[in-house]
Design a protein around this ligand. Sequence first.
Ligand SMILES: *[C@@H]1O[C@H](CO)[C@@H](O)[C@H](O)[C@H]1NC(C)=O
Ligand SMILES: *[C@@H]1O[C@H](CO)[C@@H](O)[C@H](O)[C@H]1NC(C)=O
Ligand SMILES: *[C@@H]1O[C@H](CO)[C@@H](O)[C@H](O)[C@H]1NC(C)=O
Ligand SMILES: *[C@@H]1O[C@H](CO)[C@@H](O)[C@H](O)[C@H]1NC(C)=O
Ligand SMILES: *[C@@H]1O[C@H](CO)[C@@H](O)[C@H](O)[C@H]1NC(C)=O
Length: 420
Amino acid sequence: MGMMSFKLALVLIISGVAYCNGGTSSSYVRKTQASTDLPLSVLSSPPGYNAPEQVHITQGDHNGRGMIVSWVTPLEKSSNFVEYWKVDDDKNKQRAYSDSKEYSFCNYKSGHIHHATIKNLEYNTKYVYEVGNANTTRRFSFTTPPEVGPDVPYTFGIIGDLGQTYDSNQTLEHYNSNPKGQTVLYVGDLSYADNYPLHDNRRWDSWGRFVEKNAAYQPWIWTAGNHELDYLPDYGETVPFKPFTHRYHVPYKASNSTSPLWYSIKRASAYIIVLSSYSAYGESMRVMFEPWFVENKVDIVFSGHVHAYERSERISNIAYKVSNGNCTPVLNSSAPVYITIGDGGNIEGLANKFTEPQPSYSAYREASFGHAMLEIKNRTHAFYSWHRNQDSEAVLGDSQWFYNRQWYPHEESSTAGTVA
Ligand SMILES: *[C@@H]1O[C@H](CO)[C@@H](O)[C@H](O)[C@H]1NC(C)=O
Ligand SMILES: *[C@@H]1O[C@H](CO)[C@@H](O)[C@H](O)[C@H]1NC(C)=O
Ligand SMILES: *[C@@H]1O[C@H](CO)[C@@H](O)[C@H](O)[C@H]1NC(C)=O
Ligand SMILES: *[C@@H]1O[C@H](CO)[C@@H](O)[C@H](O)[C@H]1NC(C)=O
Ligand SMILES: *[C@@H]1O[C@H](CO)[C@@H](O)[C@H](O)[C@H]1NC(C)=O
């Protein structure tokens, strides 16, 4: 099955290598001052005693029949289950029980963080679910994906480095307004709580409340970034990724992975590989993984971290090594397209300094906030578009048809970018 799907890799790759002359640089110049975080008072808890909050879902197995439902109860543990039913069958309610845990970070103490895995859902079915059934009950819904197969149309949103600023809100509102999105591929760097003294973990809570408007209804496929490290040894916080791994569960065991930072899932017509590179790798990881991306016909590699948007040609760096100084990647139609989409809108602002002149590998680049959509149509075709925040959702800032490397390895016309 794997060989039939569109293969997508979500990675955080840190690399800074200069090459020569290429495609389109948008001339749009955006304000460069850092964005401001939304006040905590605006991202407040929902009303009601011990109301469940920060509700989010993600895929809970390898093939899309499982869902992990997560929520936080601030005061008491109860209740420790999620109740769910098919939308047209509320006589048949079922429960999945949660593990709940708490953690502390410096002077912060978390609420009760619940994760319940619902298994054996029917494909392509809308379910309603309820959490917090002891005191304040809240109700949400989700739709399961169709069964895994090559010709299953399915649309992903792609968001990275979101944070919780006014710009982040614009990105999320835009994505939310697009009726096509079914699942979010999140390429890392979530709350930016680490911008605050002692990594004020109340900002992890407010981020959970902020993204709930989408993440409670559509699964977000999580990748951890450097802002999830939360490593503060001077204050005794020496377990990397502590807040992230307590709050965001992923189905890594279903792909026999030993770490939540590395896993894979199949969803409809996509095979998604999640690799969090920041912890120990970087440039060396890119060099290590690229031959494997080419060999396995990975179609697109999405990465975050750099706060701007850039889409590459299909390029191979295999000859390139830090040591041999051979730094010219070559066009290679077997190689993936690399898309940097770290432009969700976080507090650090935009990265406005591109390598000049535009390198030959770079098809389109722009320092604007936004998000992308990937509409897989069938085994051969997928339509990709990038939507900048300053335009309405209907405007495509950049777009390209992708042809599956396995089934239709023809060259795409790669210069569809439109300049603002
Ligand atoms: C919350 O629910 C529990 C169990 O139903 C009940 O005993 C308790 O009185 C409720 N607390 C409040 C403040 O309503
Ligand atoms: C986010 O944007 C929406 C739409 O513009 C607006 O209604 C909402 O109040 C904003 N949220 C916050 C927390 O500012
Ligand atoms: C995980 O390992 C089990 C046991 O070896 C195997 O049956 C299963 O197919 C593996 N899962 C994946 C996704 O490779
Ligand atoms: C593209 O990359 C593959 C894998 O490294 C290699 O076998 C092939 O020769 C390359 N093609 C070109 C045109 O460089
Ligand atoms: C796959 O989708 C593309 C784009 O919508 C379409 O042009 C093509 O005919 C489809 N292929 C098949 C076999 O239906």
